[in-house]
Design a protein around this ligand. Structure first.
Ligand code: HBI
Ligand code: FE
Length: 295
């Protein structure tokens, strides 16, 4: 892909630094190279083969409803036809990670930002920021599920409020996103399954999150999740398990302000810890856990 990612220059205390533009763009579909399409096909095929045994049915149904596996990078306009009719959500193409308040405003208005560029072949198994495959394959299929789609909008509205309250509230809310939308597990009759985008878009973590004896798997509790630190550089040390998407949506019902106030007085829980009050599906062996700072 030879299209440059748009940057703007921002005045900061370190001087005039380039930052990626935060506005939406048109998906430059005609400019994708054969390599770009091949990267999509490789990643899609690999995950589509693996996930029936690991992902929840709602994710698999969403993937098939979009027909994302027809070959080559899907056109956002085609997907928006399906998405708009189903839950009123729309994909918007962006340069990459957005400032929190810009991101929350998109979610609050049923717009999901998807990076328009896709990783290089040499980045197949890891890249440091969300690309088109992570955002489109990982996040968009579940937006066809009405309850999850409502949760994502409620989350965005909560984000706008948290942003107005301050950084501690924002941290609590970012942890909620991390342990649900990105790395969440859900109970099913067939056992625990994945719904988090960060897991389903990763071959290694899809298997690890369900099969490994190393991580904890703990029942979802809103305040426990908001108060738990996380790792951004390794597989998760703890996964939180919801009973169903309604539990997530219901959790966004109450006003979070008193919760933020309570959490401000308590120290956060380390990513690897298990509390006596936890509903424990698995107390992990912690084998292979890297030491070092949780986020
Ligand atoms: N921006 N484009 C994009 N995609 C994200 O997933 C994203 C973001 N900005 C902020 C962010 N996620 C996290 O801070 C969430 O926890 C809100
Ligand atoms: Fe993501």
């Amino acid at each position: 892909m030879d299209i440059p990612r748009r940057v703007e220059h921002q005045q900061t205390d370190r001087g005039y630094v380039p930052v990626y533009a935060t506005g939406t763009v048109e998906q430059p579909w005609a400019s994708y190279s054969k390599t770009d399409h091949d990267v999509w096909d490789t990643l899609y095929r690999r995950q589509r083969e693996l996930l029936p045994a690991y992902a929840c049915q709602a994710f698999l149904d969403g993937l098939d409803a979009f027909g994302m596996g027809e070959g080559g990078i899907p056109r956002f306009d085609d997907l928006n036809e399906v998405l708009g009719k189903a839950t009123g959500w729309r994909i918007v193409a962006v340069e990459g990670l957005l400032p929190d308040e810009v991101f929350f405003d998109h979610l609050a208005n049923r717009r999901f930002p998807v990076s328009w560029w896709i990783r290089k072949p040499e980045q197949l198994d890891y890249l440091s920021e969300p690309d088109l495959f992570h955002d489109l394959f990982g996040h968009v299929p579940l937006l066809l599920n009405p309850v999850f789609a409502d949760y994502m909008q409620a989350y965005g509205k909560g984000g706008m409020k948290a942003h107005a309250i301050g950084p501690e509230a924002l941290m609590n809310l970012t942890r909620l996103y991390w342990y649900t939308v990105e790395f969440g597990l859900i109970r099913t009759d067939a056992g625990l399954r994945i719904y988090g985008a960060g897991i389903v878009s990763s071959k290694g973590e899809s298997v690890y999150a369900i099969d490994s004896a190393a991580p904890n798997r703990i029942g979802f509790d809103l305040e426990r999740v908001m108060n738990t630190r996380y790792r951004i550089d390794t597989y998760q040390q703890t996964y939180f398990v919801i009973d169903d998407f309604a539990q997530l949506f219901d959790a966004t019902g109450p006003d979070f302000t008193p919760i933020y106030a309570r959490l401000a007085d308590s120290s956060p829980v380390a990513a690897a810890d298990v509390l006596p009050t936890d509903t424990v599906y698995q107390r992990g062996t912690r084998e292979g856990f890297a030491n070092g700072a949780d986020n």
